[in-house]
Write a protein that binds this ligand. Sequence first.
Ligand SMILES: [Zn+2]
Ligand SMILES: [Zn+2]
Length: 245
Amino acid sequence: MEIRPGIHQVPGLKWSNAYLLVEDEGLTLIDGGIPGDGSKILRYISQLGHTPQDLNRIVLTHSHPDHSGPMKELSRISGATIAVHEKDTRYQPKTGGRRLHYPGQPPAFGWNVPFLRRIPAHETIEDGQVLPVMGGLRVLHTPGHTPGSVCLYMPEQGVLFTGDMLLANGRRFRRPVYFPGTDLKNYRASVERLAGLTFDTACVGHGDPIRDEGTARLQEMLDSYSWISPRWTEFKRWARLLFPH
Ligand SMILES: [Zn+2]
Ligand SMILES: [Zn+2]
């Protein structure tokens, strides 16, 4: 499903969103859904007339398994490199490389979640870096949801990929529920930074993208949102998420 020229939302993913940036030089995937969603991504790549080997790079907005689910297999099949912010990774002395890391656990725990330990981080990305994708895909380090959360910004096209920093239902933004590892103070600072950007389209991590007037709609959320968020209100939000009806 093409949202903007060359920018596709992979259809059929039930839980979270994956976006494909399509250029003659190759494809870039931003996030990839839950384990098992890899086949849907590969099917969509072939529907677009491409082969898995056309996928050059996978960029993760953060390490959570509902966005990094099929990455190990996708990377192996396509040869694409996996890029993620260093703070959502951990150095693995055994292999001499980095692996995804779940940042919500107390640092005293010396272990990494087995599932994430499987997924290599071939490349770490940082604030201000511009990836050579569609004329420049700018990395914004926006900690809060996780310490290594990033948003990806295309100023020329007015497109922002938010990961789980901002969710939406196609018309309105909302913020994600509290998660172990979430830092509300950092989160607020990051969202205020996003509000200073100019964009129309917001490709969100869950729900439906915002297709126009992104900046104004984000300001609406900020104007109406109470930042005093005692933890107990999060239980209500979790309950609504888990038991929507
Ligand atoms: Zn997340
Ligand atoms: Zn998520």
